[in-house]
Unconditional design. Structure first.
Length: 89
């Protein structure tokens, strides 16, 4: 699941929808977004996003806005739900 999220983030960044188009080399590296990141992001308190900030630091992403964090969380929610639906089918 982590790789799927990474691919979505990479595409959103390339299209300048996320991080003002300024991702990082690590974000473009295969398997650099472990699935545990999804869980950590989804466990963040609304409006605080401390786990999300830490993960972005680990990925070398600087200057992320509040909107970037909201979108990152939404990507994780969508991928997580889709995965759960596929597993339940």
């Amino acid at each position: 699941m982590g790789e799927l999220v990474r691919l979505v983030l990479e595409r959103l960044t390339a299209n300048k929808v996320l991080f003002n188009g300024n991702g990082s080399k690590l974000l473009r590296t295969r398997n650099s977004f472990p699935t545990k990141y999804i869980s950590e992001i989804l466990h963040d308190d609304c409006g605080v996003y401390s786990n999300t900030r830490q993960i972005m630091d680990e990925l070398g992403i600087e200057g992320a806005t509040f909107s970037d964090m909201l979108l990152l969380r939404e990507v994780c929610v969508v991928v997580s739900r889709r995965s759960a639906n596929l597993a339940a089918a």
